[in-house]
Structure formats: structure tokens, C-alpha cells
Write a protein that binds this ligand. Sequence first.
Ligand code: GDP
Ligand code: MG
Length: 174
Amino acid sequence: MSTISKKICLFGDFGVGKTSLIRQFVECKFSDEYLSTVGVKISRKLVKVYQKNLYDEQNLQLLIWDIEGSNKFKAVAQNYFQGSRGAVIVGDVTQPETLNHIQEHIQTFLAVNPKSYIVVALNKSDMIAAEYLEKIRKMYQFNEPNNILDTYITSAKTGNNVDEIFQTLATRLI
Ligand code: GDP
Ligand code: MG
């Protein structure tokens, strides 16, 4: 079976858990230490994508770009977006201002790749009570129906919905 490669980007405010989500997905590991990302780091992971016919599976190599997202580097970040058909935009449920920036991050990404797909990850769900999580998810619904596939409550610590965000994106990339 042939393997195709697709580039995806993780983007969001500083400290929301982008590097941790990638680490959980690729290595099944989590660390409480802050793993500072300078510029960009690229990880790979092979996933299987099932198409309409259940027997029709496709190997997909995800090239996952971990992009440092501070505003100072916005123009640089946009260069890193080139050639990417998908993105995970990440916010932190314990820091509301990071959730308020998600819409702007979506626009920044779509300005470079207007036909791309986006999954939103509301991360660090392990730190908030379940009843608040549902409220937060309802509050943060994003508009672009052609681009935004879904919004997930995630935890890089417990692994909650981590495979799902990448799998949802992967399914639409082929
Ligand atoms: P980045 O700047 O977006 O790449 O954020 P990091 O992945 O480096 O995470 C920043 C801090 O938040 C680190 O101390 C992580 O251990 C912590 N962190 C990341 N994701 C989670 C999570 O889902 N739950 C908890 N409890 N902590 C997290
Ligand atoms: Mg990082």
C-alpha cells in the first residue's frame, strides 16, 4: 500500500499545550515541565485512514508542525503555514484569554490556506470540572462551516480526545 504525506500545523497561544498534545499523540508521553519550542519543530506519525468502504484503508504520514505562536512572530508563523491543508488550533480552558484568541488564529491560518481544514482543541480539560467544560464548549463555537470540522475538549495529560483531533483531521486530508 502506498503512503502519502500531509503537513498539518498546531497553532495557538503560548503555553496552551501544543507541544504536549503532539507528544501525547506521537510518543504517548506527558510531562509537567514546560518544553519550550523555539521557532518550529516537526514530528511525524503514521496513521491509517478508512474511507467509505471499510476495507479501503490508506496509510497517511502526518508531518506535524509545532509552531511557536507569539504575536511578535506572527509574520514568521505565516511562512510556516505554507503548504498545509490542515491545522489544530489550540486554546487552554484554564486561561480564557487564550480561548478568545482562537478566532484570530483561525483567520491567520485561513488567510494563508483558505481551503484548509481546522480542528479546534480546548485543552487541559483535566483541570476543570465537567459541568464547566460543557459550558465552555457551547460558548466557543466557531463559524467557518467549510473549514472547521469540529471542536474537541482535550487533555494532553490524560490523552482525552487527543487521537480524535488528529484522526478527524487526517480523514479529511485524503
Ligand atoms: P505550548 O507552549 O502550547 O507548546 O505548551 P506546552 O505543551 O509546552 O505546555 C505548557 C504547560 O502546560 C506545560 O507545563 C505542560 O505540562 C502543561 N500542559 C499541557 N497540556 C496540558 C493538559 O492537557 N493538562 C495539564 N494539566 N497540563 C497541561
Ligand atoms: Mg511548545
